[in-house]
Write a protein that binds this ligand. Structure first.
Ligand code: BG6
Length: 520
């Protein structure tokens, strides 16, 4: 397929937020579960990027909290992480300055008595560095510790301090079904007011995900056709080539539906489908997202497909099947692939199928949304281009590439030159983020951490949203748990998933798009 490049002004703009950004008030960021991968690979590099962009206050401290008895080696380890995963040179003096803000406090999350010690330590740092009473607690622990940590923070008066503001960031998974999510919400809101709670979904930190709102609402030409009159169907794919990467015990309990569909994919879907919010503010945006999720009727089990990968070849390498992964039950019934069809019953979308699919060990890494438009009402050219090079005339297709090569492409038909017949060929107008804005090592957490420090909840989930999406998926999880899958594994690693996922679309006359990624 041909590619037409867009007229762009190539400039190297960093994707770290900047320009007109507010700088948060002085405060201490307390990371629970700080010895885990997330802190080293994502959070600390993102914080360093914010520091580089002058978006952190001068009076600022990061305190890592975990069970291990660590001391100064924690800060040294974080420094290494920033060099390895972030945008920093080993000898960068700014990195040395930044690392001085990092310290560690060992604590057993379940031990209520040790939280007084943590409070005293934070007060000490606050005084010594002239930071005052603002605290942002980031829960990056295993989810079973969330409730206990929150209760203990509350018991020590750290959730509602006399001086300063406290807030809590809670990593996913937020519950494992509707009941547990409700219970966790209840425990959280018993200690923190909803305005202090930041339920994080790292997909909302991705540039292209945020750009969905800009694309739809800062451009005049797309909104008039963004509805059931012009759109035939929508596909959202989150395909990963990775397997479970040593996270067997976690993944065994999660599976693809809980791990990716209920959260990341529902966020993507809501941004595609929501009505124009009154403003780009937390209340407006979150209200419109909620309305989308509430308009989805329960998903019949027949419209769902689950899969599990067996051995296969990914990127030229032989890889093991899921059941042979480390610490995975050799008879596991956990799904590593999920696909489904749902509808949104409102005036804009009634009758438009939305197809979602997520899988590990797929043929290609690609997170993409594609919006397929209807064919023109009357085709004056031969639909079947039997005498031309391009096959059947294709409908317009808008693809939004979230990763790995972020961009937006619009497919349209064009006349093949010099042939006497009216041969129509599909070509792409393609916008590629990197070639316009340069490469960035920002990882998405910059935006989210900054917003949480500023108290802006726009890109975070509200309790009602989390419960509504769980309400949708809990019956499916229950039905799947009640009936063991008949043939698992049912797809080869390195394929596009099980055949039954293709049948799901064939029933409605559609096909998965498997030519994902940027066209050369
Ligand atoms: C996480 C899931 O939330 O998202 C992982 O737990 C998954 O299993 C990851 O691999 C995907 O995120 P990204 O940013 O790599 O698409």
């Amino acid at each position: 397929m041909a590619t037409i490049s867009m007229q762009v002004r190539p400039e190297d703009l960093s994707q770290v937020p900047k320009g007109g950004e507010r700088i948060p008030e002085p405060g201490i960021l307390v990371i629970f579960g700080a010895s885990g991968d997330l802190t080293k690979r994502k959070l600390l590099p993102a914080l360093f990027h914010l520091r580089q962009a002058n978006l952190l206050p001068k009076e600022f401290a990061i305190v890592g909290v975990a069970r291990r008895p660590l001391g100064d080696e924690f800060a040294a380890d974080m420094r290494e992480g920033i060099v390895e995963f972030g945008d920093a040179e080993e000898k960068d003096p700014k990195l040395d300055e930044f690392v001085k803000h990092i310290s560690y406090f060992p604590l057993n999350f379940d031990d209520g008595n040790s939280y007084a010690g943590l409070k005293a330590e934070l007060d000490r740092i606050g005084k010594e560095k002239n930071i005052g009473g603002n605290r942002l607690f980031y829960l990056a622990t295993a989810p079973e510790f969330f409730a206990g940590i929150i209760e203990n923070l509350g018991a020590q008066g750290m959730a509602q301090p006399e001086k300063g503001i406290a807030a809590v960031v809670i990593e996913k998974p937020f519950g494992h079904d509707l009941e547990s999510a409700r219970e966790l919400n209840h425990q959280v809101n018993a200690v923190f007011h909803e305005s202090q709670v930041f339920r994080i979904d790292h997909y909302l930190g991705k540039e292209t995900v945020q750009n969905l709102l800009v694309f739809r609402f800062a451009n005049g030409i797309f909104e008039p056709v963004w509805n059931r009159n012009f759109i035939d169907h929508v596909q959202i794919t989150v395909a990963e080539t990775l397997g479970v990467e040593g996270r067997g015990p976690f993944y065994e309990k999660a599976g693809a539906l809980r791990d990716v569909v209920q959260n990341h994919m529902m966020e993507l879907l809501s941004l595609v489908a929501l009505e124009p919010p009154a403003s780009f503010e937390a209340e407006s945006v979150r209200r419109e997202k909620l309305k989308v999720w509430q308009a989805i009727p329960s998903i019949p089990i027949l419209n769902t497909v689950r899969g599990q990968y067996g051995p296969g070849i990914v990127g030229g390498q032989h890889v093991a099947g899921y059941r042979d992964e480390e610490r995975v039950n050799p008879e596991s019934g956990t799904e590593t692939f999920a696909a489904l069809r749902l509808e949104i019953e409102n005036w804009r979308w009634a009758g438009v199928p939305f197809y979602l699919r997520a899988g590990k060990r797929m043929k290609k890494r690609a997170t993409e949304i594609s919006i397929q438009f209807k064919q023109p009402p009357l085709l004056i050219f031969n639909r079947m281009q039997t005498d031309g090079p391009c096959g059947e005339i294709q409908p317009n297709l808008l693809t939004i590439r979230i990763q790995p090569d972020e961009g937006i492409a619009l497919r349209f038909g064009t006349k093949v030159p010099t042939t006497p017949q009216m041969n129509v060929c599909p070509v792409n107008m393609d916008f590629d983020y990197e070639s316009v804005f340069g490469k960035s090592r920002a990882n998405g957490y910059e935006r989210l951490l900054l917003d949480a420090m500023l108290g802006d909840q726009t890109l975070f989930s509200h309790r009602d949203g989390v419960e509504t999406t769980w309400a949708l998926y809990t019956p499916i999880l229950q039905a799947w748990a009640a009936k063991k899958p008949e043939v698992f594994p049912n797809y080869f690693a390195g394929s596009w998933g099980p055949e039954c996922a293709d049948h799901l679309l064939e029933q409605t006359g559609h096909k998965w798009r498997n030519d994902l990624g940027r066209k050369a």
